[in-house]
Ligand binder design. Structure first.
Ligand code: NDP
Length: 459
């Protein structure tokens, strides 16, 4: 087989596979290089297995609530991590097979090994040399294991998803996506969880309403929250790990390091790398080297699977299709799969005001029907940010059951530029939680736009 290609992609995760298949659909001759398993973080070590664990964890609540709905459970339900792990391994293996078939079916050649750019348009994989008109770097990211002295001995989310036994008690370090999601799941599955983090509230970067809701739901699940308490050091002990805090030490049998992820940019070749380890790209996804492009987590911009896929397809369309195009990362929805989950699209209230928007803020806060019926204290919270100047809905946030599904649908309305008047004349689907978004009539508060900061050097 000839080793000359129109496109050689390094990394067969969601972004790399999407870009390669789209390029092949445009008639390009494509090879994709993968050093581990085909499917990448999302399919094998991230979104998919994480969500399968979330479903497992949700059953705990379902069993408890079912009694209030008239069910009797003859014996206490019991969760066996090993059975879940075996089923998960089978499912991810199936999905890996699907990915391999998709590549083969699209005419993309899979080359197994580690790819390295060794010259202009030349990629080395073991002993094989591939010549490429274009090279795409889509190598993703990996957990940070040097954030705190000694933390390299702790488990990462990769290890958690392969556990054969649920730890009886666990510490989670960090309060980002991975920390919040796994603290919530571990607690629902029956572990005693402590979450230690350096901020006041979890989920830095999210709207304050969601951050407060996250703290509240974790607390309600029995998670011990330790804000302003990032450990200074981690030490191995006979029984597990000792975490050294400013105010003393604590011991845990098992610790999850959830202190972030870093781009897989080492050893790729002569590309400009930023201080965060990211491959630097411009708005066209062009790296510092001619005809070498990069997408997804390795560029450390918006580290979300759909973003990597969208970037990959846009790049393939631009390089090999009739119409070059770019992806707009300005307004991307995201969700945190805690139980219940959180989701949002658009700026936070603070960001919107700082960006010069006067706001009408609409909020709803209620007990959802399903859990209220059985005396539960769970609350659903919703927020709309409306631009006071033109009635445009700038942002939607929700904490509560089905928040990711609801926000996904509303994201279409926001992409289409929906106004509050559009929301108001939409007839509700009843009884749902989502209907609250079209029934918000009273302004909760108004925010005055902030004057833009004067630029440096202005008198
Ligand atoms: P995040 O960047 O979301 O969170 C990292 C956490 O680690 C923060 O709480 C941060 O604290 C903390 N931290 C970093 N360094 C230190 C340190 N030295 N000491 C103590 N704490 C520290 O990373 P995640 O790993 O949770 O997720 C990585 C990315 O993966 C996310 O940004 C997201 O894009 C993606 N992801 C998306 C998911 C989804 O869509 N549902 C799920 C999981 C991941 P501080 O806030 O104080 O800086």
């Amino acid at each position: 087989m000839s080793d000359e290609f129109d496109l050689v992609t390094i990394g067969a995760g969601s972004g790399g596979v999407a870009a390669s298949r789209r390029a092949a659909a445009h008639g390009a001759k494509v090879a994709i290089i993968e050093a581990r398993r085909v499917g990448g973080t999302c399919v094998l070590r991230g979104c998919v297995p994480k969500k399968l664990l979330m479903y497992a964890a949700q059953f705990g609540d379902a069993f408890a609530e079912s009694r209030g709905y008239g069910w009797s459970l003859d014996s206490a339900p019991r969760f066996e991590m090993a059975r879940w792990a075996a089923a998960k391994a089978a499912e991810t293996a199936r999905l890996e097979g699907v990915y391999r078939q998709l590549l083969a079916g699209s005419g993309v050649e899979l080359v197994e090994g580690r790819g390295r750019i060794v010259g202009s348009g030349i990629v080395e994989v073991g002993k094989r040399i591939l010549k490429a008109r274009h090279i795409l770097v889509a190598t993703g990211g990996a957990p940070v294991i040097d954030s705190i002295p000694g933390i390299e001995a702790c488990a990462t989310s990769d290890d958690l998803l392969d556990l054969q036994e649920l730890p009886a008690s666990a510490a989670v370090i960090g309060s980002g996506f991975i920390a919040a999601e796994f603290a919530s799941m571990l607690a629902r599955l029956g572990a005693k969880v402590t979450m230690a983090y350096r901020a006041e509230l979890p989920l830095r970067g999210f709207d304050e309403m969601l951050r407060r809701a996250a703290a509240e739901l974790l607390n309600a699940a029995g998670v011990e929250l330790l804000p302003h308490a990032a450990p200074k050091a981690v030490r191995r002990t006979a029984g597990g790990f000792e975490l050294e805090f400013a105010r003393g030490t604590r011991e845990f049998p098992w610790v999850l390091n959830a202190t972030g992820r870093r781009p897989n940019s080492a050893g790729l070749g002569p590309l400009a790398i930023g201080p965060d380890g990211a491959v630097k790209v411009d708005e066209h996804l062009r790296t510092s080297v001619e005809r070498v492009w990069a997408i997804g987590d390795v560029t450390n911009r918006k580290n979300l699977t759909p973003v990597a896929i969208a970037e990959g397809r846009a790049l393939a369309d631009s390089l090999f299709g009739p119409t070059p195009r770019q992806v707009d990362l300005g307004r991307v929805a995201s969700a945190v799969f805690t139980i219940p989950p959180l989701a949002s699209i658009g700026p936070t209230e603070e960001e919107a005001v700082a960006a010069g928007h006067g706001l009408k803020v609409f909020e709803a806060d209620f007990r959802p029907m399903k859990t209220a019926f059985v005396g539960g204290s769970e609350r659903t919270r919703m927020k709309l940010l409306v631009d006071a100047a033109n009635d445009c809905v700038l942002a939607v946030s929700m904490a509560g059951t089905d928040a990711p599904e609801i926000v996904q649908s509303l994201a279409v309305a926001l992409s289409a530029g929906a106004t509050k008047a559009d929301f108001d004349r939409t007839i509700a689907v009843h009884p749902t939680a989502a209907e609250e978004f079209v029934l918000m009539r009273e302004v909760t508060r108004r925010q005055v736009a902030k004057e833009p900061e004067p630029s440096l050097g202005e008198p």
